[in-house]
Design a protein around this ligand. Structure first.
Ligand code: SF4
Length: 471
């Protein structure tokens, strides 16, 4: 009897549409946002506290991409599992305390697959333990054996119900096995396909599900190939296609081309050309529009259908109703729990429920009867524009001094940093900084300190570009 009561109590708590701790963390976050981004579309402080990332946890990488956002000294730091796990644990504990539970956090640094699988798994476990939903960032050039050892413990049981990876594939990269210097984006399709196939096999053999994102750095050279990448790869298994226009940040020796000759609208137009439709990005906003654009939607066969149309006032009313009625984030909660939370949320707001049902009917019409035949595949398109290190350094200095620049470009940089959607934790200094500040201002010194703390042991391994031994 007692156990039945405790199960019912737990279910009651889990299916609540709001959680007091989450609500308090989101309210704090919203209060920190500058007024220019407090629009009805803003997700930060209402659905999420923002994305999080690790820093200084494994700076080393065995590729030599152009550009590379890491500092010159990153490859002088040896991969050290104990350091990685200890740092990840401290950073995540701090983020948990400041930003509440259930946030997305990126296990990012150099190349994550240089960590032995046991250490990689321990880092992910620490992130889950602090109520983060982790995503590992990789160049994707590892084998199934590595993935299996990461996903499955020595007892043969899956360590995680879900693995989330963001894989970087594009022609700015140097060092991939069998394709050291790709000339065209299409040359990489075989590697993209192979990467997705490993995760399909993992699910088939061990029941571990995955969420895969495809990251592509955009330069004047490959901007014209974006559309073909989307058209050729949208059905491979990636759930997100994220495009990052190159910025002048990180190792100066790796800068190439005139990165600033392409603008945000040009890149987004190419993404739209690949998706085959206009991609409405003003219905939902993460931080500042000059940093991030996002469209959520689904593929029905080869046809992409965005979920919200930012030009349709009825869709915007449905978004507002959803924010009002269901303020709790649902990411990765089991489907029955999500359904129960939604039912309870809309049960309290019958008028919003009617708006939601009308939206559902409209969306079903947009999907068409093809959806019954083909099913739907959720895919999100993202553009994230990092800023140039020189601008960020100047802007950060002024912000720290409580001043605003007279130079419109630097003033814009200050505004974007204030509304940042992607933070990195410094528990020792009791602060969370924008990833732009981390890479532009803090990384150079941080990696120098780490190079002293964790020097490379052998001279051969220290040579840049030398591939450390893998499992
Ligand atoms: S400030 Fe930098 S890291 Fe933050 S959202 Fe904007 S581009 Fe991204």
């Amino acid at each position: 009897m007692r156990s039945l009561i405790s199960t019912l109590c737990r279910l009651e708590r889990e299916t609540r549409p709001t959680d007091p701790e989450v609500s308090a963390a989101l309210a704090r976050r919203y209060a920190e946002l500058p007024t220019h981004v407090r629009t009805p579309a803003q997700l930060i402080g209402r659905r999420t506290a923002g994305c999080e990332g690790t820093h200084g946890v494994f700076p080393r990488c065995d590729f030599a991409c152009r550009p590379c956002y890491h500092s010159k000294t990153a490859n002088r730091v040896r991969v050290d599992g104990a350091h990685t796990v200890g740092e990840v644990d401290a950073q995540m504990a701090y983020l948990r305390a400041r930003r509440g539970p259930g946030q997305f956090a990126q296990l990012i640094g150099g190349e994550v697959s240089l960590l032995p699988p046991e250490d990689h798994a321990a880092a992910l476990t620490a992130m889950w333990r602090h109520d983060r939903v982790p995503m590992s960032f990789t160049h994707g050039d590892f084998d199934y054996e590595y993935l299996e050892r990461l996903a499955v413990g020595p007892d043969g049981r899956p360590r995680f119900p879900l693995l989330s990876f963001a894989a970087h594939f594009d022609t700015t990269m140097r060092g991939r096995r069998g394709l050291n210097r790709p000339e065209h984006e299409g040359d990489l399709h075989e590697h993209r396909r192979r990467f997705c196939a490993m995760f399909e096999r993992l699910e088939h053999e061990h029941g571990v599900r995955s969420y895969l994102a495809h990251n592509m750095t955009v330069t004047p050279k490959n901007v014209g190939e974006i559309a073909a990448v989307i058209r050729d790869c949208h059905a491979m298994g990636f759930r997100m296609f994220s495009f990052q226009p190159a910025a002048y940040v990180g190792d100066q020796a790796r800068w190439a081309d005139d990165f600033r000759s392409i603008g945000a609208d040009e890149v987004w137009a190419e993404i739209e050309r690949g998706a085959g439709v206009r991609l409405p990005f003003r219905a939902l906003q993460m931080g500042d529009e000059r940093c991030n654009r996002t469209t959520w939607g689904v593929y029905v066969g080869n046809r992409y259908v965005p979920i919200l149309d930012d030009l349709d006032p009825r869709d915007l009313a449905a978004r507002d109703a959803f924010f009002r009625a269901a303020p709790r984030p649902f990411a990765f909660a089991p489907r029955p729990i999500v359904a129960a939370r939604l039912a309870r949320a809309f049960g309290r707001h019958p008028r919003d429920a009617a708006t939601g049902l009308a939206f559902g009917a409209r969306f079903a019409r947009r999907l068409g009867t093809d959806a019954l035949r083909h099913g739907v595949r959720p895919v999100t398109f993202v553009m994230h524009r990092f800023m140039d290190a020189a601008d960020v350094r100047e802007a950060w200095q002024l912000t720290r001094a409580g001043r605003t620049s007279d130079d419109p470009r630097i003033a814009e940089t200050q505004e974007r940093l204030a509304a940042c959607a992607y933070g990195m934790a410094h528990p020792d200094r009791d602060e969370i900084v924008p990833a732009c500040v981390q890479h532009s201002v803090l990384d150079p010194n941080e990696t120098r300190v780490l190079a002293d703390l964790l020097p490379i042991r052998s001279r051969r391994a220290a040579a840049d570009g030398t591939r450390p031994r893998r499992v």
